[in-house]
Structures are given as structure tokens and as C-alpha cells.
Design a binder for this molecule. Structure first.
Ligand SMILES: Nc1nc2c(c(=O)[nH]1)N[C@H]1C(S)=C(S)[C@@H](COP(=O)(O)OP(=O)(O)OC[C@H]3O[C@@H](n4cnc5c(=O)[nH]c(N)nc54)[C@H](O)[C@@H]3O)O[C@H]1N2
Ligand SMILES: Nc1nc2c(c(=O)[nH]1)N[C@H]1C(S)=C(S)[C@@H](COP(=O)(O)OP(=O)(O)OC[C@H]3O[C@@H](n4cnc5c(=O)[nH]c(N)nc54)[C@H](O)[C@@H]3O)O[C@H]1N2
Ligand SMILES: [Mo]
Length: 825
């Protein structure tokens, strides 16, 4: 595939723009360096492609200077990479080859993405200069400006917005953590509208809150995190619901390794997913396919089998939980409203949740549902966990809760070999709001927060948004919409949002969000909607201290030093934020007289070093000298809720009852007081249960007969690494479709398809495979959106996904809750 074609953002639309065309022509004539990747590469590759310093497999590479860095990408995983720098350029990347025998001699092995980051850092696609938009929003027409000009514009818009609309009009649209320098500056000028939940785990975080109680300090449940996956080694069996760790935690010492070790030791493991992904290493015997969004039905039916056979752990439930049956109901609860009433059909909808009830809903035969229930009860200890797939749905809170109820009713909680049905994680040390360190962001004077999926709503119709309708926290309603938005390392308009054609109409209207600043490293799909663009350094080009390593049982710290000097006019964001702070009269308050490196040291010594479990972490200066420090003492896996199980009074949960709440009075209040967007399709119950998602298994129809779902591709991290052509070739962006669905449509492997619904259409290649259930089609998310004749020929999944908020967290489903039709292009 031609790289120019593949990377297209908008290469086509950029080149249309007159300014850019002129600049591209200039660059082509050899006159000027290109602004970004729309113009030929400065140093053209020679035939054989070696001018960029590539090291070939059979060459003995020049050692150069070794600088440790980390990949920093897979969520709670950050693989160390050993960078070899020759003549000031990152030339090749090695992994940690000093594997400690304690860890079976296996090193911290990064996947191919991390090892090829050289191609990204040195990519001609990199943003090079600050730019100002010259055409309409979305047109992709920009002109180069100086840093001074860019910062002057930003400062002027900042002051204007603050004076005209106040701090609530500011919004930092960043994925996951927001511990960025720009956030600190916003807090210093009066604050900004905040965000609750994340696109990663917003729904399960709410489930955890109501079921187990958030424990922000101890963090054992915050964000939907269960025990370390390595705890599976002490289990007799395991069930993984929608865990894509074979793709999403690929590190050599990560979760995949932990699961593989457990299997080698003979621990049987079942995977529940609508597709046979790498998580189950392609072993179909362990695959339990169910329709997307129906985990709640499956788990409820498993609970029915367990309870009707008397295999639930009544002693555990009476001691540690409320609401399982009439014996532990809170006073406010009406009769017949326990979890058991829901499951046995003696309350709520009066339907017994038998395997026969669930089978047609989730598509798994009743015998297989019984098998899974017995799989838990026939074993002494079952490690029950879920990835983030099941919860990223319109009914996601309920899928997550119904799964998490299974370990609770069987007493598989808080002891060796268990996880409370929540997402696993790897060893890591305290990270204070982000896995990599940054400056402290301080307190946000604005207390109001919107759900992360509410940002387009808060641009479009903010004054309609209230606490009881839209889950605003920290206030009753919004007073003003988002007027000044920063997309800092955020694919806000592509990956982390849904229904992009709708979102585009909102961003195109300049009277709504008046100023959008984009800070990125390449021309992402979102940047054409920005008014000013700033080129950032990549992680590996800055001091980058990371306190989490593999996702498995091994861990350490990477004290990354910049591998290269900044290229072109790319700048460290802390530095330009300080210059911006100066224009706003706040330089000293912003920097407190410190450099970025000094902040790193302070944050390490104050926050991270003390959190190392064996108290043996090196000092910052020692660490920088070493580059990479691993804890020589192997750590025992962390078991979620263990403190509570061992000391239920002393370490009570943060729920109102202090216990695990299978019946939640707080949820009953939400049900009774909130107004829901989706009428009776938005169900809130005080007990873990199932309800059908919008555009889910129960809504398929003649027009849109296929469920559409998405996952994380192993060759990219969301949209990141897409600039590396080889990774894209190794794992093509395809629509998985079962032969039973392909055949009647005349579709064969490799055919180009159109996937469409009322929201949009994408063009993508067919991958006909029995590894996806009939009735479901799917593809990795986060490909570049590129509209051509009304069709997204880049095939970004979110051109198709619906903006159906889940009832409690008001998060968008994005992973599923979408129906489509598929035809040959
Ligand atoms: N290679 C790579 N790794 C990544 C990322 C990446 O983009 N690329 N992203 C990182 C980030 S930010 C995150 S949040 C994590 C997420 O990592 P995971 O928790 O693994 O999340 P997903 O891949 O979204 O979904 C996991 C699995 O759930 C399945 N699934 C989807 N819907 C359902 C459902 O309703 N029921 C069931 N049973 N299964 C379902 C999907 O097919 C997928 O196999 O990954 C991180 N790691
Ligand atoms: N359909 C569907 N949608 C989903 C999901 C799904 O499973 N399915 N998953 C959701 C999840 S879990 C997540 S976390 C979101 C992720 O969504 P995003 O966070 O929007 O995805 P990324 O592609 O990681 O985008 C971040 C941007 O950061 C830029 N970037 C990379 N490195 C740097 C850097 O060093 N500095 C700066 N300034 N910028 C940088 C990238 O070029 C990119 O434009 O997507 C969500 N959306
Ligand atoms: Mo995520």
C-alpha cells in the first residue's frame, strides 16, 4: 500500500488548500522543509530505504549511546525500551535483555509497536511548526506561524474567553489522565470544566462505585480495577469476560504471559467474547461466544444455576454483602427486591433468569451456560475478571455489575487466586493520576464536571445539561458551554467520541466552541478542526519518568532521557506553557521556578519512590544513571478487596453500608430522581441485572441486521503507530464477518465493503472468518477518518457508532450498541 494513500488524513483535503498547496510546492522544489506530512520527506529515502538509519537484521549494529525510554502506551502497561542513539539520532531499539532468572529468565519484552517507535519519531508525518487555520473548520487549510504568534493568539483568546464567559467555558479534552501542564495553567487562571469517567472504563467505574465502593486512596477498585492478573496462578480455573489482553496488554512479561503460565500449569480458562481474539490464543475450546452487550444476561443465568443448585456462598454473603436475599436488605428496600428476587423471578420483571431465558438473548446454548456456571462451582477458586469491552456499551454498567456479582455470590473475593470480577491490572506503583509523571496540576477551582462523552453536548446545547438529566456533578447545571477547548494528545474528534458525522457539524459551527487548540505530534483526524496547532515532542524526546511497567507481575521504573534533540520547532509543552503563562502574568506561579526535570525529580521522590512495595527503589539521580530499574524482589500479586475480607470492620468499604452492596440504595435514588434520555430503554435497578442495550442483540431488524462491535488492534495504540506502514501491513484494517453472513451477501475475503447505518458509511476490506459469531461484524477502532463522497474511506469505527449514553455514567458505548448493514462496495 502506498504510504501516502494510507496515511491520508486529509492529505487530500490539505493539498486542496491553497496555502498548503503553495507550501507543498515550495517543499517539493527543495525550497523549504514541509510543515507536516503532506509534502515530500526532507531527506528522500534511497532505494532500499536506508537513509533513515534503519538497522537490518543481519547487520551488527553500531551500539551508539544507550538511552532507556518507555513506550508509555498500553494504559497501565509501559514497556521499557533500550534506545540506541548514533550521531544524535535514534537508530535502533532493543528490548531488556538482562532478564532476571526470578522472572523465568524472561525480560520485559515490548511488542513490535514499541520497538518500531523510531519510525514514528523520525516520520515525515511529524508536525513540525505551529500553524493557524486559514480555511473553514475541517477543511485542513493551515498556514505556518511562529511560536510567538501562536502563543499571542492563544493568550488573547484565553483572556477573551475568561472575561466573556468565565472559567467554566474552558475544557481540556485529553484522554484518560489529564495531568498535563496545560491543565495546571487552566487551574491557575480560574479553572475549567472537569471530566468524570473515562472512555476506557467510565461505565465499570460506576459499577465499582455502587457495588464495592470506590477506594481512591487504596485504589483497589477505582476505575474498575481488580486483582493483578498474575493472581490467576493461585486459582483452580478462570473466566475472562471480554478481555482483549492478547492485543491490549501485549508486553512479554504482561498479562498474556501470566495467563499463558497459568494454562501451562493446567489451570483451565474460559474466554467470553463475540470473537475469538488473541486473548484466548486462538484456542476455540476455551471460547464462549456471546452477542455483544449481553454479558448481563449470561451472568444472570449463571447466577440462576448457582443459586437454584444452592451453590452460592450464603455465609460469605451474609457477612460481607447486603442485598443478596431478604436476610440482608436495607430498611428502605421494598419486599421482593433483592438480587435473588431478580435472578429467581420473584421480583422486578418476575422472569426467572434461566439458561433457557438467556440462551436466545446471548446466543450461547443453555447447556454451555450451565457448563460455565458449574465451571465456577466445581472449582474451589475461580479467578473471574472482565476487560473493558463488556462495559463500553449502552447497558455497560449492568454488564459489568452482573459479571462482578458472580465472584460475590460464590465467595471468590479477597483471597488468593480471586478477582472481584473486575478488570485485571499489572504491578505498578503509585502514579498520582497518570502512569507517567508530570507537573502537579493543583486543584481545579471549577467543581462542575461532565461525563467524558458529554463534551460535544456541552458545546452544542450546554444550557440544557443538568445533574439529573446528564449526570453533571459538582453543580446542578451548566451555565455556559465549552468555548475554549484544548485537544492535548486527544483524538477527541475520531477515536474517543461516537457518531462523528454529528460531531463534525458541532465543531464546524465556530459560534459554538469559539477556539480549539490542538497539540499533537502528527496531523491527526481531529486537528483539521483546530484553530491553532502546536507541534509537541514525543514521549521519547522528553524526560519521561514512568512508574508502571508490564501489566504482569514484574515491575520497575523507567527514567527516560530524551533520545534526540527536538526536531524542527517541536517544543516541550511545559516550556511553551510557561511562555503562555507569562503572557497571562503567571509565569512564576506556573513554574514555581522549576524546570521540567526538576519537577520530575520532585514528583518521583515525593509520590512514586515511597510507593515501591519493598522500599528499595533508587533515588532519582541513581535512577537516571541506571535508566531502568527493576525490583529484584518478586512481588506477590495484589488481591483486590483482601483488606476488607480480612478486616471487614476496620477496612469497611466506602459504600453507605460499608459492605459490598448487591442492593444499592444510592442506585434506587438515581432510578427515582433522574430523568433519562432514552425513556424506558435506560434502566436503573438497585441490583445487578440485565437489560437490552439500544441497537443491541434484541434490536436487529431487516434494515440493519448485523451487530457492530470494535476492539483494540495489536498493531496500533488507538490511532498511534499508524504512521508506521510496516505495522499496518502486518495487520490490515479489516471488517471481520462470519462466512454465514458473508455468503448470502456474495462477500469473499479481501472484497471491499461498505458498512453503513443511518449515521454514516465506511469503506473497508472483508475478512471472512469463523472467529466472529454469525450476526456480528466488527473491526479495530481508531483508523483515520477520511470522508470521500460521504463515505469514510479511512474506516473509523466511530463514523458508525451511536451516541447512546449509558444511564448512570452517561458514557458513550463506542465499543458496540450499533447496528449496521454490510454490502460489497
Ligand atoms: N494494542 C493496543 N493495546 C491497547 C490499546 C490499543 O489501542 N491498542 N488501548 C489501551 C487502552 S486505552 C485500553 S482502555 C485498553 C483496553 O483493553 P481491553 O480491556 O482489552 O479492551 P477492548 O479491547 O476494548 O475490549 C476487550 C475485548 O472485549 C470484547 N468485547 C467487546 N464488547 C463485548 C461484550 O459486550 N461482551 C464481551 N464478552 N466481550 C466484548 C472485544 O472483542 C475485545 O476482545 O487497552 C489498552 N491497550
Ligand atoms: N469505537 C470505539 N471507540 C473507542 C474505543 C473502542 O474500543 N471502540 N476505545 C476508547 C478508548 S478505551 C480510548 S482510551 C479512546 C482513545 O482515544 P484517543 O486518546 O483519542 O486516541 P489516540 O489515538 O491515542 O489519540 C491521541 C492523540 O494523541 C496524539 N499523540 C500521540 N503521542 C503524543 C504526544 O506525545 N504528544 C501529543 N501532544 N500528542 C500525542 C496522537 O497522534 C493522537 O492524535 O478511544 C475510545 N474510543
Ligand atoms: Mo482506553
Amino acid at each position: 500500500m502506498d504510504q501516502q494513500e494510507g496515511m491520508g488524513v486529509s492529505r487530500r483535503s490539505f493539498v486542496k488548500g491553497s496555502t498548503v498547496t503553495a507550501l507543498a510546492a515550495l517543499a517539493a522544489s527543495g525550497g523549504a522543509a514541509s510543515l507536516f506530512g503532506c509534502a515530500p520527506k526532507e531527506t528522500a529515502e534511497e532505494p532500499g530505504g536506508r537513509s533513515d538509519g534503519a538497522v537490518f537484521a543481519n547487520e551488527v549494529p553500531e551500539e551508539g549511546e544507550v538511552i532507556w525510554q518507555s513506550c508509555c502506551h498500553c494504559g497501565f502497561v509501559a514497556c521499557p525500551i533500550k534506545c540506541h542513539v548514533v550521531d544524535g539520532t535514534l537508530r535502533w531499539i532493543d528490548n531488556d535483555t538482562d532478564g532476571d532468572p526470578e522472572f523465568g529468565g524472561i525480560s520485559f519484552r515490548p511488542c513490535l509497536k514499541a520497538r518500531s517507535v523510531r519510525k514514528w519519531i523520525n516520520s515525515p508525518e511529524r508536525l513540525k511548526y505551529p500553524m493557524r487555520r486559514t480555511g473553514k473548520r475541517g477543511s485542513g487549510e493551515f498556514e505556518r506561524i511562529s511560536w510567538d504568534e501562536a502563543l499571542d493568539i492563544i493568550a488573547e483568546k484565553w483572556t477573551y474567553t475568561l472575561e466573556k464567559y468565565g472559567p467554566e467555558a474552558f475544557y481540556n479534552c485529553a484522554t484518560g489522565t489529564r495531568n498535563y501542564p496545560i491543565q495546571r495553567l487552566m487551574h491557575l487562571t480560574g479553572g475549567c470544566l472537569g471530566t468524570i469517567n473515562s472512555e476506557s472504563n467510565g461505565q465499570i467505574a460506576q459499577t465499582v462505585n455502587y457495588l464495592f465502593g470506590m477506594d481512591p486512596k487504596n485504589y483497589d477498585c477505582a476505575g474498575g480495577l481488580g486483582s493483578h492478573t498474575s493472581a490467576v496462578k493461585d486459582a483452580d480455573c478462570g473466566i475472562f469476560f471480554g478481555c482483549g489482553s492478547g492485543e491490549s496488554r501485549m508486553c512479554g512479561m504482561g498479562e498474556v504471559y501470566e495467563v499463558a503460565k497459568a494454562r501451562e500449569a493446567g489451570i483451565p480458562i474460559a474466554f467470553v467474547d463475540y470473537r475469538l481474539g488473541e486473548g484466548s490464543s486462538g484456542n476455540p475450546d476455551e471460547w464462549f461466544p456471546i452477542y455483544p452487550g449481553t454479558d448481563g444476561a449470561l451472568a444472570s443465568a449463571m447466577a440462576y444455576v448457582i443459586i437454584s443448585e444452592g451453590k452460592h456462598d450464603k455465609g460469605f454473603l451474609d457477612k460481607y454483602a447486603v442485598g443478596f436475599d431478604a436476610d440482608t436488605m436495607p430498611e428502605s428496600a421494598p419486599e421482593n427486591s433483592s438480587y435473588m428476587d431478580y435472578i429467581m423471578g420473584t421480583g422486578y420483571d418476575m422472569v426467572p433468569k434461566t439458561p433457557q431465558w438467556a440462551a436466545p438473548i446471548c446466543g450461547l446454548p443453555a447447556e454451555r451456560i450451565e457448563y460455565l456456571a458449574h465451571f465456577i462451582t466445581d472449582h474451589e477458586t475461580c479467578f473471574i475478571t472482565q476487560g473493558y469491552g463488556p462495559q463500553r456499551h449502552h447497558n455497560g454498567e449492568w454488564n459489568a455489575a452482573a459479571i462482578a456479582a458472580l465472584p460475590v455470590i460464590t465467595g471468590n473475593v479477597g483471597r488468593a487466586g480471586t478477582s472481584p470480577g473486575l478488570n485485571g491490572k499489572g504491578m505498578q506503583m503509585s502514579f498520582d493520576g497518570g502512569m507517567w509523571n508530570s507537573v502537579p496540576i493543583g486543584e481545579n477551582p471549577v467543581k462542575k464536571k461532565i461525563s467524558i462523552s458529554g463534551r460535544f453536548n456541552a458545546i452544542d446545547h450546554p444550557l440544557e445539561m443538568t445533574a439529573l438529566t446528564d449526570g453533571i456533578t459538582g453543580g446542578d447545571k451548566l451555565e455556559v458551554g465549552i468555548k475554549f477547548m484544548v485537544l492535548y494528545e486527544a483524538g477527541c474528534f475520531a477515536n474517543s467520541s461516537s457518531d462523528l458525522n454529528w460531531a463534525a457539524t458541532i465543531l464546524e459551527d465556530e459560534s459554538k466552541c469559539e477556539f480549539i487548540l490542538g497539540v499533537d505530534v502528527i496531523m491527526s483526524t481531529s486537528l483539521p478542526y483546530c484553530d491553532v496547532i502546536l507541534p509537541d515532542l514525543m514521549y521519547q524526546e522528553r524526560m519521561n519518568f514512568v512508574s508502571s511497567v508490564t501489566g504482569g507481575s514484574a515491575y520497575g521504573f523507567v527514567f527516560g532521557k530524551p533520545v534526540q534533540e527536538p526536531q524542527f520547532e517541536c517544543r516541550l509543552s511545559y516550556d511553551w506553557c510557561a511562555d503562555l503563562a507569562e503572557r497571562l502574568g503567571l509565569r512564576d506561579e506556573f513554574t514555581e521556578g522549576r524546570t521540567w526535570e526538576e519537577w520530575m525529580e520532585i514528583r518521583y521522590e515525593e509520590v512514586s519512590r515511597p510507593s515501591a512495595p519493598h522500599g528499595n527503589a533508587p533515588s532519582f539521580s541513581e535512577g537516571v544513571e541506571m535508566g531502568f530499574w527493576r525490583d529484584p524482589e518478586p512481588a506477590e500479586p495484589y488481591i483486590a478487596l483482601q483488606p476488607y475480607i480480612e478486616d471487614p470492620e476496620g477496612r469497611a468499604r466506602t459504600t453507605p453500608s460499608g459492605k459490598i452492596e448487591l442492593y444499592s440504595e444510592r442506585l434506587a435514588t438515581i432510578r427515582d430522581t433522574w430523568t433519562f434520555h432514552n425513556g424506558d430503554r435506560d434502566v436503573v435497578r438497585p441490583v445487578p441485572s440485565y437489560f437490552p442495550e439500544i441497537e443491541g442483540a434484541e434490536d436487529v431488524n431487516d434494515e440493519y441486521p448485523l451487530m457492530f462491535a470494535t476492539w483494540k488492534a495489536k498493531n496500533q495504540f488507538h490511532s498511534r503507530y499508524q504512521v508506521i506502514e510496516e505495522l499496518q501491513q502486518a495487520c490490515r484494517h479489516c471488517l471481520w464477518i462470519n462466512p454465514l453472513d458473508a455468503e448470502p451477501r456474495g462477500i469473499e475475503n479481501g472484497d471491499m465493503l461498505i458498512v453503513r447505518n443511518d449515521r454514516g458509511a465506511v469503506r473497508i476490506m472483508a475478512r471472512v472468518t469463523p472467529r466472529i459469531m454469525p450476526g456480528v461484524v466488527g473491526m479495530p477502532h481508531a483508523h483515520r477518518r477520511e470522508i470521500d463522497g460521504g463515505v469514510d474511506v479511512g474506516a473509523n469505527a466511530n463514523t458508525l457508532t451511536g451516541h447512546h449514553w449509558s444511564p448512570i455514567s452517561k458514557n458513550c458505548p463506542s465499543t458496540g450498541s450499533t447496528l449496521v448493514q454490510v454490502e460489497k462496495a
